[in-house]
Design a protein around this ligand. Structure first.
Ligand code: AMP
Ligand code: MG
Length: 407
């Protein structure tokens, strides 16, 4: 079977998910808890902002455009929260503060720096044109306009906008139930001593950690031995209680790699091998109504596979529109890089910005898929194209920052 290019696998996953949307219930959350959640309703603005004509500056409100050198008597005040309720006669003005309502009898505001104050009078130092320094009703938001559409991943800025609208709670999609399990006879749990043929399970804690930034409630199903019957039984159980099942290990072609066989028995495999290094075996399928992602056991492969395929898929399954995309840009290689054509290479790299604003990228040493420390040292991936061979220092490559490495 030919290897699927990365972009094609992303499209395959997206298309399958789009063709079989999950019916998710929504839940109502207080606004302060809603950032990072998928909005389940369109939000129509209940109020206009500003809700009245307000002054943009501290100064004086005048009845009309007035020439420089005019002297005006101050007959009242409008402050934020306490409007002026009187009226103006010719030659009069009011003191006004930022955010205070401009009364109906006034058509312009002069800033206090442009007047000389003499007792209860001001003398204009410049012409005061009409309609200056006023924010008009509904200038920013009109009551009735759609502020946010269902599917938006709520941001802190959105919380500010919704709060300014007097909205105290919003309906968001419930989180996905994501089951994770590791496979491998060699795996041991942290906290227990190990013997030489054992290794600690690092994939499940890593997936746990990554899922904390995703719309996911985690169902930790522990680890499985390399045994077909046990795997089949566990996949049935996992599919029944979750929206997404994620496994690590057992998807290669070794004698004890049972996952593909088990998934094919319980559900359907949509995709198997991707033209990528690390992480060529990447199983995407479904188990009943649950989506299935099978990551290879090598920790770096799983780490990279999650970032390239699973994070966006989870947001899509959770109802996010548009599907969020990672930040990517160009950086110049600081050294020669060896690469074989045929698979895209997702190398771990350190990127930094030069004084001229351009970026440079240096790979973090050896790139084998078991070298976990290199991922911690890196702050970005370098995405080296499938067809490319060796690359020379100075060549431009696409980089994707590790989102947890930048604040
Ligand atoms: P597999 O994909 O099952 O053939 O595993 C590939 C490599 O990854 C082997 O060296 C495994 O021991 C290792 N591995 C598998 N699962 C894990 C895990 N959960 N944590 C750390 N390493 C693992
Ligand atoms: Mg294994």
């Amino acid at each position: 079977m030919p290897l699927t290019p990365i972009a094609e696998l992303q499209t395959i996953i997206q298309t399958h998910i789009a063709n079989r949307p999950l019916a998710l219930d929504s839940q109502t959350l207080p606004l302060a808890q809603a950032a990072g959640r998928v909005l389940a309703e369109d939000i129509i603005a209940p109020v206009s902002i500003p809700s009245s004509n307000v002054s943009a500056m501290d100064g004086y409100a005048l009845a009309q455009a007035t020439p420089a050198q005019s002297s005006l008597k101050i007959v009242g005040e409008s402050a934020a929260g306490s409007p002026f309720t009187g009226s103006l006669k010719a030659g009069e003005c009011i003191r006004i503060m930022t955010g205070a309502t401009v009364p109906a009898c006034c058509s312009t505001v002069v800033i206090q720096e442009n007047v000389i104050r003499e007792g209860d009078c001001i003398v204009l130092q410049q012409d005061a044109p009409d309609a200056a320094n006023i924010r008009y009703t509904g200038e920013e938001i009109q009551a009735g306009q759609t502020l946010f559409a269902a599917g938006r991943i709520l941001r802190h800025a959105d919380i500010m906008v919704l709060a300014a609208q007097g909205i105290a709670s919003v309906a968001v999609q419930r989180k996905l139930r994501v089951a994770i399990l590791s496979t491998g006879n060699e795996l041991a749990e942290a906290g227990s001593p190990i013997v030489a043929h054992q290794i600690y399970d690092s994939n499940r804690p890593m997936l746990h950690s990554k899922l904390r930034d995703c719309p996911a409630d985690i169902i930790d199903l522990g680890k499985l031995p390399d045994n077909l019957a046990a795997t089949v039984q566990m996949l049935h159980q996992a599919a029944e209680q979750s929206d997404v099942v994620m496994t690590s290990g057992g998807v290669s072609v070794g004698d004890y790699d049972y996952l593909r066989q088990a998934v094919a028995q319980v559900g359907t495999i949509h995709h198997y091998k991707v033209a990528m290094k690390p992480g060529k075996p990447f199983v995407f399928g479904q188990l009943g109504s649950a989506w299935y992602f099978g990551l290879p056991g090598n920790p770096v492969s799983g780490f990279v596979g999650f970032d390239l395929f699973i994070r966006a898929a989870l947001w899509q399954i959770a109802g996010a529109t548009p599907i969020p995309q990672p930040l990517r840009f160009q950086a110049a290689l600081t050294r020669n890089v060896k690469k074989a054509a045929g698979r895209a290479d997702i190398q771990r790299a350190i990127i930094s910005q030069n004084s001229d604003g351009t970026w440079q990228a240096t790979p973090t040493g050896k790139q084998d898929s078991h070298r976990i420390l290199g991922v911690s040292q890196a702050n970005a991936y370098m995405i080296l194209p499938q067809e490319s061979g060796d690359l020379a220092a100075g060549e431009w490559v696409t980089v994707q920052p590790l989102h947890e490495a930048f604040l």
